[in-house]
Design a protein around this ligand. Structure first.
Ligand code: P1T
Length: 380
């Protein structure tokens, strides 16, 4: 099946053997009757498996050209499950640009459990090999990065991961499987905050993993069951419903963001625009090579770099809602330094370009004329 067909049908065969419902029913049950001990219809207890969750897990495996999927209670819970593959003393090399909550999980939880993280600029792959030791077990990549929209070359990193026999995990939240399939590029694990584009309607918090290898999948299923951070059936249903229009929504997000980025670039009060579709973006060529289009997110800073200016713009926006999160049908605007990336120390944050005037936009599906007008009146 091609992508659009997979978004609607992928992994969804025989989804309701009871009545043939076209959408997977919400199996709001904790447990399943057994005829005699061990004689059941494939499900025993909803922490270890639930038919609605199973449908979503199959859907994400299909979309990411993987063989196995796992659904968790949040994107962070999905990342947490990947980190539980590690042991004290192990080392991780992570991109230095990443979602603030991932950074917080790494440094405030897992460093205390004896795992060491090296945050390196992965746009230059030479930096990675410099930090690899016999203890390195995992490379953690986020691309495009949140909120600077840097692009990391997944194929180049795959070569390093293979050479040193370490796992490569890619947070594919910003790109979605519509734009980029890390497993096809050689990654071992793909992670999604399905809270964003996959759910697509800002009404659910869910995390997903997809993997190809059976042994790795079994370890992750064990962690999912043993640690228990599963997604509930109602939430899985909402993500399944969102996925059915992913291709249409992403296409329009990409069209709208292009016009927004071009508008921002020309505005005299805007200093810099961060969007991988711009020819002057430092990783534009890599983005063109590994992504189908450039996504729905754009960030920009204003001349003079004053937080007060960013705050004024954010207060004046009418159609863009000032809120954390991204990837819904509605346009959102955020101030990374005080919101999504506040957990990164100021000095570190500024080195990454997350300056006080930086504004991040999740460009939604409204009419582009209205979005441009809203930005114009707020920035003017
Ligand atoms: O929020 P949650 O579903 O737990 O997902 C965490 C997460 C992981 N990875 C990336 C790239 C993310 O952007 C996020 C969540 N991000 C936001 C809430 C935000 O506004 O950026």
């Amino acid at each position: 099946m091609k992508f659009n067909t997979k978004a609607i049908h992928g992994g969804q065969d025989n989804i309701d053997p009871a009545y043939g419902a076209v959408m997977p029913p919400i199996y709001q049950t904790s447990t399943y009757a057994q005829n005699k001990p061990g004689a059941h219809k494939g499900f025993e207890y909803s922490r270890s498996g639930n038919p609605t969750r199973n449908a979503l897990e199959k859907a994400i495996a299909s979309l990411e050209n993987a063989n196995y999927g796992m659904a968790f209670g949040s994107g962070i819970a999905a990342i947490d499950a990947v980190l539980k593959l590690l042991k004290p003393g192990d080392e991780v090399i992570s991109t230095n640009h990443l979602y603030g909550g991932s950074y917080r999980l790494f440094t405030k939880i897992y460093e205390d459990f004896g795992i060491q993280f090296n945050f390196v600029e992965m746009e230059d792959t030479g930096n990675i090999e410099k930090h690899i030791t016999a203890k390195t077990k995992l490379l953690w990549v986020e691309t495009p990065t949140n909120p600077m929209m840097n692009i990391i070359d997944i194929v180049a990193i795959t070569k390093i991961a293979r050479k040193h026999s370490v796992l490569l995990a890619v947070d594919n939240t910003f790109a979605t499987p519509y734009l980029q399939n890390p497993i096809d590029l050689g990654a071992d694990i793909v992670m999604h905050s399905a809270t964003k584009y996959l759910g697509g309607h800002s009404d659910v918090v869910v995390g997903l993993l997809a993997v190809k290898d059976k042994t790795l999948a079994n370890k992750l299923y064990f962690i999912q069951k043993a640690s228990g951070a599963i997604a509930g059936p109602q939430d899985c249903f909402l993500v399944l419903r969102g996925i059915k229009t992913l291709h249409l929504r992403m296409q329009r997000h990409c069209e709208n963001v292009k016009d927004v980025a071009e508008f921002l670039e020309k505005h005299p009060k805007v200093e810099k625009v961060f969007w991988p579709g711009l020819k002057n973006h430092p990783n534009h060529d890599v983005a063109k090579k590994q992504m189908k289009d450039f996504g729905g997110m754009v960030s920009f800073s204003t001349r003079g770099n004053k937080q007060a200016d960013a705050e004024k713009i954010l207060e004046k926006l009418k159609i863009f809602t000032l809120a954390e999160s991204l990837g819904g049908v509605e346009s959102l605007a955020g101030h990374p330094a005080s919101m999504t990336h506040a957990s990164i120390p100021k000095e570190e944050r500024e080195k990454l370009g997350i300056v006080d005037s930086l504004i991040r936009l999740s460009v939604g599906l409204e009419d582009i004329e209205d979005l441009l007008e809203d930005l114009k009146q707020a920035i003017d």
